[in-house]
Design a protein around this ligand. Sequence first.
Ligand code: TXA
Ligand code: MG
Length: 358
Amino acid sequence: METVVLDANIPGNIELCGEILRGGGVVAFPTETVYGLGANALSESSVAGIFSVKGRPADNPLIVHVASLDDAVPLVVSISDTFRLLADKFWPGPLTLIARKSGIVPDNVTAGLDTVAIRMPSHSAALALIRAFGGPVAAPSANPSGRPSPTKASHVFSDIGGKLPFILDGGDCTVGIESTVLDISGSAARILRPGCVTLDELRAVLGVVGTQGELGVENIVPSANSPCIPEYTPKSPGMKYRHYAPRAPLTAVIGSAEATADYIIERLRYGVEGACENIAALMFDDYALSHPNVVTFGNSGDYAAQASRLFDALRAVDAMGLSAIFVQAPPEDGMGLAVANRIKKAAGSNIVDLNESL
Ligand code: TXA
Ligand code: MG
């Protein structure tokens, strides 16, 4: 199939993509976080198309995208006070809420779970597409399973071009990493995937409604040797799969920006077992060595910049085809938690924690 990239700003293109969704097809579209691969969320056969284009395991549920809080009402058993409060505060935006699902949501959307993940994106093209289609749009990130999430239309084209009719190009994604996934289906809210809406921001809002229990983070990282943890049943099935596995082994280096930079620069200069020309690194702009194998992804304290550049930078170092990749991971505070989470997921079990040797 020929895949055409359509400029979201040209009148008629969003409508064209809406027609594909109405006809049961899939299209890729921009959101503020990453590009999504969308289909009619209320049609089991349309949703099956997403799983086949993406090569996604059937036990990993999808997020349903809506254009208003009202659109979410029919998808859930009831909109709780907590749901309404969080949606009022963070929608449209990068917060996905998990609640008990209603009967109209097909089982393959939720991978058989009795809960559904819902979010209202803030990207104008995403909202316009949902409205042009006229219903909720199920969409995972538009990468094949195992690749970094796409933050540009060109990433989608190189990953899954030929497997779908249209990619709606709305420019580079500004947030750059996937939404915060928050489970509010039980008595205690729980972050299943950290993102740009942070633990502290959620705590500040949830404190108001007196949510019982501690707001925790399920921050499970599968290892390189075991890309999937079969015996582990996380609340968010996607967390048991290793993500973004680059071709070369990737090592996440944790510690202060100074210490992690020193560690990586030493390897770039002197190599690992003698071979330094085969080493690539992803470093903070303010600590980077000027070197052809180094890609930068934002200043050490600028987590928002790191998030928006991380996946493109990961693709760039991976494309160098070298034998080892080292990445500086930020401290796990604020949005740094989400950036470090994605880096650790790419690293699997290759984690060097320089704080431990202090
Ligand atoms: O920013 C985003 O969230 C992007 C854009 C396109 O909206 N979407 C995205 O989708 O990252 P995906 O499919 O790549 O990740 C969805 C995550 C997975 O980890 C999945 O397991 C989890 O959400 N999830 C979905 N439904 C769930 C449910 N009912 N219970 C627990 N986890 C769920
Ligand atoms: Mg994904």
